[in-house]
Design a protein around this ligand. Sequence first.
Ligand code: ATP
Ligand code: MG
Length: 388
Amino acid sequence: MEKVISVSLGEIVLKGLNRKYFEDKLIKQIRKAINDLGYEKIYKEQGKIYIEADDGVFPQITHRLRKVFGLVYISPCIKVEKDMEKIGEAAVELIKNKLAESSYRTFKVETNRSDKSFPIKSPDISRAIGGVILRNFNELKVDVHNPDIYLYVDIKQNAYIYIDRIKGYGGLPLGTNGKGLLLLSGGIDSPVAGFMMAKRGVEISCVHYHSYPFTSERAEEKVKDLAHILSRYMGEIKMYSVNILNIQKAINKNCPENQMTILSRRFMMRIAERIALENDYNALITGENLGQVASQTIYGLNATNRSVSLPVFRPLIGFDKVDIIEIAKDIETYETSIQPYEDCCTVFLPKHPVTKPKVEDIEESEKALDIELLIEDAIENMKIYTIS
Ligand code: ATP
Ligand code: MG
């Protein structure tokens, strides 16, 4: 019996006339993800994508596919002709393997007949295959409400029979929604924010700000490690590394101490916008979250935001910290994020940061700075890395 992996698409199926574009992008991402594992063929068949490969590498392929955006379920299947006897044999084979894993008592067959020319209707197929299973496995009963095992039968050009449905992340294929520039710190939030936007199809590049030699080289390595983990989902990531020590010194010397964080945050945004405009990124992305710290009150966010005109995506804005941590653990950035290395923001951390900054006051303070010169100087000295 031939074994293949099936991939169910999520929102892509809603794309109407653009659907082919999204499917082709997804196939490209799937190819990229599993290329080195060796597969024979990837093909589409009536709404799903199928991968032919040696079933010895199915577990690795499945593991890689879980990190590809745009797919909702991944299932190892048996592929047979549309012949009830063969479908029955495949069902028995799958159930036998399933029962070898653990003991189950109840099952249900669910059929989806995309090929309406097949003469037997879905409920009748389910009933017939259910009968075959009952005859072969005395220990199993049917439970249509809450079965231990679902056995799925998809009737397309071929028949596909499967039990396991491994959940993917959903979203849209990478590269279907332009490019964004993520402000990546070493913290917990910004890697999660990058992941969330990539899941919506945005290709991600990163900018990181440091205050070397006040912050260590190891602190920068940590951020590269985070970008490396993200690259498992997003492919190669470009990282711009910008030293803002001179900017922080200038703020520290010329502006009110309690505005330090907001003022440096505005420089981060401006520099990011500059890089974005020069490199064709259409949005900035941050891990900001309403109310989390003094600089992220609604007033702080307003004051920060007013320094740029590109859209700023803040996918975590309404999340609770526990929920962000849960995603960070799931995408495997958490352990790296909690390593204790210094961040540039901690270098000149004000004792009592403003929580209700007024934009006019902030702009007034900035008059003491040569903003343009500071930005140009920082950008001129930035380093660019490619991380994969
Ligand atoms: P994170 O966990 O992402 O560091 P945070 O809760 O510590 O977030 P802040 O330090 O206030 O929050 O930063 C808010 C956002 O500003 C970050 O999510 C990130 O997008 C951006 N940011 C902060 N520091 C840096 C930095 N050194 N380099 C690049 N971006 C930064
Ligand atoms: Mg931080």
